[in-house]
Design a protein around this ligand. Structure first.
Ligand code: ZN
Length: 101
């Protein structure tokens, strides 16, 4: 999987730009080559939230295999770290103005 390309000109977005966009509250990404504005697709906000809360559904199961709270917490943060690291490969943006060619 790759980081998304600009829909307008095909320039690959930088991994860091996508990360920054997520941390800034799903800020639109502006293509550094052609200036096309890409909005975060709403459905991916749900995906991001789901990925973050997902381990909470397995809390009981995680407690069973890692009864130590410290290990438990470390596992969760390890997961979170990996999940956030993979985020730019998972999420997709769309052009802000769909009639902008
Ligand atoms: Zn572009």
């Amino acid at each position: 999987m790759k980081v998304q390309k600009c829909i307008n000109c095909g320039t690959q977005f930088r991994y860091k730009s996508v990360q920054k966009s997520i941390w800034a509250g799903y800020k639109p990404i502006i293509c550094f080559n052609c200036g096309a504005i890409h909005e975060f697709r709403f459905v991916y906000r749900l995906v991001v939230s789901l990925i973050i809360v997902l381990p909470m559904f397995f809390n009981q199961w995680i407690s069973d295999i890692a009864p130590n709270l410290l290990v438990h917490t470390a596992m969760y943060f390890g997961y979170l770290f990996a999940a956030i690291g993979a985020m730019p490969y998972l999420i997709r943006y769309r052009l802000k103005n769909d009639n902008l060619e």
